[in-house]
Design a protein around this ligand. Structure first.
Ligand SMILES: *Cc1c(COP(=O)(O)O)cnc(C)c1O
Length: 238
C-alpha cells in the first residue's frame, strides 16, 4: 500500500472505531467522556501509530517489550503520547517497563509489582497499575483469581511508586451480548468491592472491552477500552 492509501484506510477505521465507542456510550446512557479509547498497536509499525496520533489518538497499548521500545524511540517527537503496557510481564522485563511506560495493565503478582515500584525512576510520576484478573477462571491463563484479588490489591496499593488505578480482564470469548456481559459485570463488581475495602486508593479504572466485546464492556462500565483490530486491522499471526 502507498502511504496515502494507508492513511485513508487507517483514517476511516479510526473514525469508525470512535463512532462505535460514541454510540456504545450513548446506548449505555453514559457521558461521552466516561470511557477512553486505548489503541492497541502491537505488531503494527510506528508509522501507523504516528498516523493515529495525527488523527488525535494519544493512548497506545503495546504487548511486546522489545518491539514497543523500538517504536517508542522512533516516535519520541510525538507530544502527549501515553504508553500502556498490556502484555504478559516477566521479572527480567520490569525495569524497562518501569522506565518507559505510563501504565501497566497486566500485573497479577506481588513480586512483579514490587519490582515495578522499586525500578520506577523517581523523576517520573508514579506508574499507573491495573491488576489483571482471570475473571473467566481459565486454566493456565494470566491474571489473579477473583478470591485472591483483595489481598494482592492491598499489598500493591501500599507500594510507593505505583498508583493502583483499577482492574483489567480478557474474558473467555463468548457469543452474544448477554454472555459477553457476565464476566465484565463480575469485573465491575470486583472493582466496586475493592473501592470499599481500599477507600484511599485512586481506583477509577475498568480496563475492559476489545474489538469483539466493546459494546458489552461499555454497558458494564468500562472506562478504558482496548481496541486493536478495529483500528489497525487484522494482525498477522505467526
Ligand atoms: C491484542 C490485545 C487487545 C486488542 O484486541 P483486538 O481484539 O485486536 O481489539 C486488547 N487487550 C489486550 C490485552 C491485547 O493483548
Amino acid at each position: 500500500m502507498t502511504d496515502n492509501a494507508l492513511n485513508e484506510s487507517l483514517g476511516y477505521a479510526y473514525e469508525q472505531a470512535r463512532e462505535r465507542l460514541r454510540k456504545a456510550l450513548e446506548n449505555a446512557g453514559r457521558a461521552q467522556d466516561a470511557a477512553t479509547l486505548l489503541a492497541v498497536s502491537k505488531t503494527k509499525p510506528a508509522a501507523m501509530i504516528r498516523q493515529a496520533w495525527q488523527l488525535g489518538q494519544r493512548e497506545f497499548g503495546e504487548n511486546y517489550l522489545q518491539e514497543a521500545l523500538e517504536k517508542q524511540a522512533e516516535l519520541a517527537d510525538l507530544d502527549g503520547i501515553v504508553w500502556h503496557f498490556i502484555g504478559p510481564l516477566q521479572s527480567n522485563k520490569t525495569r524497562s517497563v518501569a522506565e518507559h511506560f505510563d501504565w501497566v495493565h497486566s500485573v497479577d503478582r506481588l513480586k512483579i509489582a514490587k519490582r515495578l515500584s522499586e525500578q520506577r525512576p523517581t523523576n517520573l510520576a508514579p506508574l499507573n497499575i491495573c491488576l489483571q484478573v482471570n475473571i473467566s477462571r481459565e486454566e493456565s491463563k494470566a491474571g489473579v483469581l477473583p478470591e485472591a484479588l483483595e489481598a494482592l490489591a492491598k499489598e500493591v496499593a501500599a507500594l510507593p511508586n505505583l498508583r493502583l488505578r483499577g482492574l483489567m480482564a480478557i474474558p473467555a470469548p463468548a457469543e452474544g451480548l448477554d454472555a459477553q456481559r457476565q464476566p465484565l459485570a463480575a469485573l465491575r463488581e470486583a472493582l466496586t468491592n475493592l473501592q470499599s475495602s481500599l477507600p484511599d486508593a485512586p481506583l477509577d479504572t475498568l480496563s475492559m472491552g476489545m474489538s469483539d466485546d466493546l459494546e458489552a464492556a461499555v454497558l458494564e462500565g468500562a472506562t478504558l477500552v482496548r481496541l486493536g483490530t478495529a483500528i489497525f486491522g487484522a494482525r498477522q499471526t505467526a
